[in-house]
Design a protein around this ligand. Sequence first.
Ligand code: CA
Length: 238
Amino acid sequence: MPARMAEHILVVEDEADLADLIAWNLRQAGYRVTTAPRAATALAEIRRQKPDLVVLDLMLPDMPGTEVCKRLRRDAATERLPVIMVTAKGEEVDRVVGFEVGADDYVVKPFSPRELVLRVGAVLRRAAGTPDESEQAEVITIGKLAIDVPRHEVRVDGDLVSLTALEFKLLLDLARRRGRVQPRDALLERVWGYAPGVETRTVDTHVKRLREKLGAASDYVETVRGVGYRLRDDVPEA
Ligand code: CA
């Protein structure tokens, strides 16, 4: 097998020491890394270089990182570009990975470089998808909900629902195990690709966003307190 082309990570961070530390660790892990100290430089570099993933600091001198992320999500050329946000406060997390901003994941300062490298790997694997799943000719129908696996299309009452790649993967995972409770850590491993033991609220935030998008089928995704989530299989036929 030919050697894999090193994936290109753009690190957007105005604190030079931190940018260097992140870049060094990512290079050690085999990635190609460039850095940008400001939002404006970052947006120009993203257009020009088309990186595979962006590590984006929330506090930048010219524009908040959340605004950079929102702009990327609004542009068809970058709407699926994986973004890991670096935040200073845990409280911002819901907003950062939520519908409004749309980052794929986050780390909270101070974070270990190793943790960031692990998350970069997981987000890239997720973005690449799993071809064996997408190639299966399969449509899963549950009540008002129809999941067309090869087309990556979801419909509720016949209307197309626009899901991110991650939301689709999450819904499909729940649908394939419908009726059975899926613990958060199992979802983290299968959908996010995290090693066991990684603690994150990302599952809850993404389920919340998925429910909002499912509209009339939002109550199909049940919360099982203290355990995880389940896709109901006791819904009436459409
Ligand atoms: Ca900063």
